[in-house]
Design a binder for this molecule. Sequence first.
Ligand SMILES: [Fe+2]
Length: 192
Amino acid sequence: MIKEQFFPTTIYGKDIKLDNELFEKEIIEWSKKDPGITKTNREGWHSTTEMHKMPVFKPLVDELFKMQFEIYEEECLDREPILGNMWANVNPPGSYNLSHVHANSLFSGVYYVKVPKNSGSLICNEPRPGVQLNMPIRKKGELPKHLWREVHLEPVKGRILMFPYYLWHSVDLNKSNDTRISVSFNFIQKGF
Ligand SMILES: [Fe+2]
């Protein structure tokens, strides 16, 4: 039979080398003097969203742009990306983030600064709404990736993930006894 696959959902990843210890120190100090805001974070600290304008994080912003330009090539996108906002997340033991999408963005993502083992995987859900209306009974055994309804991505220190804005995702409970630190962001398209 002829088999073609259309409408894939791509989650891009890239491992980079930056001074995460410096980022950790800056973010923790920031979280101690700023109450932050409440969005999807439960028990965790979510900074305000102008982090990309802070000089100390410029090396990260540069890497994010580099990767976003690579995605523009991959996805035949014209014009150029604009970093709309960026914020830090400090998730102590017992915290998590509710399921959400990043409305009004084009590509969203996360960068991992500090991720102890079992501090919460990124849970991404099947984004096609119609698919959720049926749960077919499948044969026993491991399913190929294109049939998954949910994927749990283990965070890796120094890794950037970027995904389309419409991908529903949440952050699992931090079951470790240490703090998990990440940076989230949204890219929009210039002139959009
Ligand atoms: Fe998110």
